[in-house]
Design a protein around this ligand. Structure first.
Ligand code: COA
Length: 604
C-alpha cells in the first residue's frame, strides 16, 4: 500500500496514545475510526480530543472550522470489524501485553483489507513478535508516536524482521503527512532508539549515586550539560515503574549490564514511583528545583560518556543511523542536542555557551576549548538568546564575552561544518552570524570582549562588534578566511575598516596577516593590553567602571557612536560569502586546512 492511497485510518485503542494518534490523523485530513472495548473509553477519547483541539483553537494555532472538520472526520465504535473495514492504515495502541496484541491483531488482520498497512504503536514489544499474529507480516510495522502525540514531533518507524521496504517507506511518508518527523529503526530492537538511549542513561545516573547526590547530578546535567531536566527528575516524571520495567526488558534482551540499578529497584519496590505517587527521587509536596551552585563537584562527562556510548551501540548494531539517533533524541526526549552532535562538540562536557550573571555583569563564555572555541550555528543562537535576555534584564548593566581555556577567545567559525553547507546554507550561516552580532551593537548596554589567546575569523568579528576589546599579552587577532579561499561572513568587511582603517583592515582580510596584542593596541583595535597573569583582575576592574556608569548616558553614547547603515553592507556580505560555495577553491582551502598543507587556489 502506498502512502497516496491511504484515506481511512483505524485506530485500535482509545487511551491517551490511541486518541492522540486519532486526533493527529484527523487533523491531517484522514477519516479515522477509533475502536475500544468499552463505551466509557470511547467517551473519554472523544472528550480528550475535543479538549485538546479546543486548546489549539484558543491559542490561535488552529481555526474553529478546522477543528470542526477534524472532529467530523472521527468516528467511534466498539466493533473491531467496523473499525478496520475499508481502512488502508490500521494503528494499534492497546495495552503492552503480547497475548492481548496477538488476539486483537489476529482479528483485525482478518477483517481489514488484504493490502492495509498494519502498524503497532508499541514502545516495548517486538514488532516481529506481534507480527506472528498476522498472515502477511511484510505489511506489519511499528509506528511509535510519543506522548502526547498532538505535540511531540517524533515517530519511530520500526521495521520488523519481515516488514517490507515498501511498507517502511509508506509509513515514513504517512508520518510526514501527519506533520511528524519519522526516524527509521531498521532492526527490531528493545527500546528502539529513544527508550534504549534515554532509559539506559537514567539507569547509569542511578549507578553514580554511591559517589554523588541526586540534586548534584541533576543540577550538573541541567545547568552544565543543558539537559531540560536532570536524570532523576526525569525518572520521577516518567514513573519508576515504567523505567524499571523497560530496564527489566533490556536486561533480558540486551544483557545483565542493563539491569535496573539498586536505587531505581528500591524506589520501585517501595512504590515510590515519582510524581504520580508524590514521591520518587524527590518528594513532590513542593515542586523540586536545582540551582547552578549545587552542580559543584560533578563532572558531566561521567554521564555524557555512557550516554554517547549507548547511542554508538545503537548505530553499531545497525538499528539506526547517527543522524536518525540525533533526531530521535532531540524530538523524542526534548534534548537540546543529539548524542552525536554532543560528541562532535568535543563531548560537550558543558554547554558550548555559558552564561553567568553577577554584580550587574552578564558574562558569556564561548566554551568549546577543545576546538579553540570555534563557533557553530547553535552557539550563535545561544549567544543571541543570551543577548535578548540581557536586553530585557534591567539588573544587567554590562556584558562581558570571554573564551574558555587558555588558548583562544574564539578561532572563528567551525570550519568542519562548511563542507556540509550549500549556497543557501552558507547564506543562512552568514545571516545568523550577522544578526547575532548585530544584537551586540544594538544592545543599549556596554559590551566588552576579553581576549586571551587566538581571536580569529568569526571570533574577531565577535570581538569587533563589542564596544571594547581588552587583550592579554598573548592575544592574537586576525581574519584568516582568505587562507581557505573564503571571505569574512559575520560583519568584518563593514566593521573592521571602520575600527582600524581601510589599509590595515584590507591587509588583515586579504593576506590573513595577524596582529599581536601590542600591534592591535597600536592600531586601535584593542583598548588595553595587560600581562597574562593580571588579565582577569584588570578585566574585572574595567567592567566595574562600566557597571557603575550612568546606564542612560552609556546607552545614548553607544547608539550615537554606532549610527551607520549596516543594512546594505550586510546584504552584500552575505551574497559574496555564500557565492563562494559555487566554486572549488573553498573546498580546496578546507581540505588544505584539514591536511595541514598550503592550499592551491585556481580562481574557479
Ligand atoms: N573550526 C573548527 N575547528 C577548529 C577551528 C575552526 N575554526 N580552529 C581550530 N580548530 C580545531 C582544530 O581542528 C583542532 O582540532 P583537533 O584537535 O580535533 O584536530 C583543535 O581545534 C586545535 O587546533 P589546532 O589547529 O590543532 O591548533 P594549532 O595551535 O596548531 O593552531 C590555529 C591554532 C588557530 C592557528 C589553527 O587552529 C587555525 O588556523 N584555525 C582556523 C582559524 C580560521 O581559519 N578561522 C576562520 C574560519 S572561517
Amino acid at each position: 500500500m502506498e502512502a497516496d492511497k491511504v484515506q481511512r485510518v483505524a485506530v485500535l485503542g482509545a487511551g491517551v496514545m490511541g486518541h492522540g494518534i486519532a486526533q493527529v490523523a484527523a487533523v491531517a485530513g484522514y477519516d479515522v475510526t477509533v475502536r475500544d472495548i468499552a463505551q466509557e473509553y470511547l467517551d473519554n477519547a472523544e472528550a480528550g480530543i475535543k479538549d485538546s483541539l479546543g486548546r489549539f483553537v484558543s491559542r490561535g494555532r488552529m481555526s474553529q472550522e478546522d477543528m470542526d472538520a477534524a472532529l467530523a472526520r472521527i468516528k467511534y465504535t466498539l466493533d473491531l470489524g467496523e473499525a478496520v473495514k475499508g481502512a488502508q492504515l490500521v494503528i494499534e495502541a492497546i495495552p503492552e501485553r503480547m497475548e492481548i496484541k496477538h488476539k486483537v491483531w489476529a482479528e483485525a488482520a482478518a477483517k481489514a483489507p488484504k493490502d492495509a498497512i498494519l502498524a503497532s504503536n508499541t514502545s516495548s514489544l517486538s514488532i516481529t513478535g506481534i507480527a506472528e499474529a498476522v498472515p502477511n507480516p511484510e505489511r506489519f510495522i511499528g509506528m511509535h508516536f510519543f506522548n502526547p502525540p498532538a505535540i511531540m514531533k517524533l515517530v519511530e518507524v520500526n521495521q520488523g524482521e519481515k516488514t517490507s521496504e515498501a511498507t517502511v517507506e509508506a509509513v515514513q511518508e504517512l508520518a510526514r503527512r501527519m506533520g511528524k518527523t519519522p526516524v527509521w529503526v531498521r532492526k527490531d530492537a528493545s527500546g528502539f532508539i529513544v527508550n534504549r538511549v534515554l532509559v539506559t542513561y537514567l539507569n547509569e545516573a542511578g549507578k553514580l549515586l554511591d559517589g554523588y547526590g541526586v540534586e548534584q547530578i541533576d543540577a550538573a546535567m541541567q545547568h552544565k550539560a543543558g539537559m531540560p531536566l536532570g536524570p532523576f527528575m526525569l525518572s520521577d516524571l516518567i514513573g519508576m515503574d515504567i523505567v524499571y520495567n523497560i530496564l527489566k526488558v533490556f536486561e533480558e534482551n540486551l544483557g545483565p549490564e542493563y539491569a535496573p540499578c539498586p536505587r531505581i529497584t528500591k524506589l520501585y519496590e517501595a512504590k515510590k514511583l515519582g510524581r504520580k505517587t508524590g514521591e520518587g527521587f524527590y518528594s513532590y509536596e513542593t515542586r523540586p528545583s536545582v540551582s547552578e551552585e549545587q552542580a559543584e563537584g560533578f563532572d558531566v562527562k561521567l554521564l555524557l560518556k555512557p550516554f554517547v556510548e549507548e547511542a554508538e551501540k545503537v548505530v553499531a548494531e545497525g538499528i539506526a543511523s547517527e543522524e536518525d539517533v540525533d533526531t530521535a533524541m532531540k524530538l523524542g526526549a526534548n534534548l537540546p542536542r543529539g548524542p552525536f552532535e554532543m560528541k562532535h562538540m568535543g563531548l560537550g562536557e558543558e554547554r558550548p555557551i555559558l552564561t553567568d550573571k553577577k554584580d550587574g555583569v552578564l558574562t558569556v563564555t564561548v566554551n568549546r576549548p577543545g576546538k579553540l572555541n570555534s563557533m557553530t550555528a547553535e552557539m550563535l543562537e545561544m549567544i543571541g538568546e543570551a543577548l535578548d535576555a540581557a536586553a530585557k534584564d534591567e539588573s544587567i548593566r554590562c556584558v562581558l564575552f570571554k573564551g574558555a581555556g587558555d588558548r583562544a577567545f574564539c578561532a572563528g567559525a567551525d570550519i568542519s561544518q562548511f563542507p556540509l553547507l550549500d549556497v543557501e546554507g552558507a547564506r543562512s550561516l552568514s545571516r545568523l552570524g550577522q544578526t547575532t552580532y548585530r544584537k551586540i551593537v544594538e544592545l543599549p548596554k556596554p559590551v566588552v570582549a576579553a581576549v586571551d589567546g587566538y581571536c580569529l575569523g568569526g571570533g574577531n568579528e565577535l570581538a569587533i562588534h563589542c564596544d571594547f576589546r581588552l587583550a592579554s599579552e598573548k592575544a592574537s587577532f586576525g581574519q584568516p578566511e582568505v587562507n581557505l579561499g573564503l571571505i569574512t561572513g559575520w560583519g568584518a568587511t563593514y566593521i573592521l575598516p571602520r575600527l582600524v582603517g581601510k589599509s590595515l583592515a584590507s591587509e588583515m582580510m586579504m593576506t590573513g596577516h595577524r596582529l599581536n596584542a601590542e600591534e592591535a593596541h597600536k592600531a586601535g583595535l584593542v583598548n588595553a593590553v595587560y600581562p597574562a597573569e593580571e588579565f582577569e583582575a584588570n578585566v574585572q576592574e574595567y567592567v566595574k567602571t562600566l557597571v557603575d556608569g550612568p546606564p542612560l548616558a552609556l546607552a545614548a553614547m553607544k547608539k550615537l557612536v554606532n549610527m551607520e547603515d549596516l543594512e546594505e553592507a550586510s546584504n552584500a556580505e552575505a551574497d559574496e560569502f555564500s557565492n563562494l560555495w559555487n566554486y572549488g577553491d573553498l573546498m580546496e582551502g578546507i581540505r588544505a586546512f584539514n591536511e595541514r598543507r598550503k592550499p592551491e587556489f585556481k580562481g574557479e
